[in-house]
Design a protein around this ligand. Structure first.
Ligand code: B16
Ligand code: MG
Length: 216
């Protein structure tokens, strides 16, 4: 029986990937490191430090840990500046309706994102009140594809993981959901997310009835 729905943020609730890209691109340009939209795909669902490491792989010089921390902070400051432009219009179609329908049916909802900025993002999108819990990405030791963030989200809801379903747009996230023992809904296709149990092209296609069905 379905009791909790755990949402990834970027690519599921909104497309912050573009803003992340802008902020990383500015940094990469300053450092003279090649970086484009195609490479940005690799950063989806990947936490901040790991994303930076992927970008710095294309540099011919080495960076100390202190330098890397400074670069990650600089990117985050720029990203947070860009987040001030976010409005409810940036919600992916159907998200608000789905959250309301789930609440009406007594199904609890949480955010299970790698982003430490998740609370700010859902606030700006005007849906913070519609989530029962936001797992703290900053308190997670093992990032996606480890199960930790989805298990923490279930725990925060007070719902057993085996009564939860997860929604993701990234491979690492789908793996994370499976490791937590939950069925995974992929926002994408069997080609982009071969391991997801079910696929939809956007959150607007989801309903409580469909999610209940997929729990069986
Ligand atoms: P932050 P998700 C992820 O969000 C993004 O997809 C990824 O590109 C980003 O690096 C990561 O959050 C960390 O974000 O720098 O804000 O902590 O897809 O897990 O919701
Ligand atoms: Mg995502």
């Amino acid at each position: 029986i379905l009791a909790g729905v755990l949402f990834d943020l970027d690519g599921v609730i909104t497309d912050t990937a573009e803003l992340h890209y802008k902020a990383w691109k500015e940094l990469a340009d300053e450092l003279g490191i090649p970086f484009d939209q195609a490479y940005n795909e690799k950063l989806k669902g990947v936490d901040r430090m790991s994303s930076l490491r992927l970008i710095l792989q294309n540099s011919d010089r080495k960076f100390t840990f202190e330098e890397m921390e400074e670069l990650a902070n600089r990117k985050n400051e720029r990203y947070r500046e860009l987040l001030t432009t976010l409005t409810p219009e940036a919600l992916l179609p159907g998200v608000r309706k789905l959250l309301k329908a789930l609440r009406r049916e007594g199904i609890r909802t949480a955010v299970a994102s790698a982003s430490r900025n998740a609370p700010t993002v859902i606030e700006k999108l005007g849906v913070a009140d519609l989530f029962d819990y936001v797992a703290d990405a900053g308190a997670v030791a093992l990032q996606k594809p480890d199960a930790e963030i989805f298990l923490k989200a279930a725990e925060g809801l007070g719902v057993h993981p085996l009564r939860c379903i997860g929604i993701e747009d990234a491979e690492a996230g789908v793996m994370s959901i499976h490791r937590a023992g939950m069925p995974a809904v992929g926002i994408g296709t069997p080609e982009t997310l071969p391991d997801a149990d079910h696929h939809v092209s956007g959150p607007g296609e989801l309903t409580p009835a469909l999610l209940r069905e997929w729990m069986k």
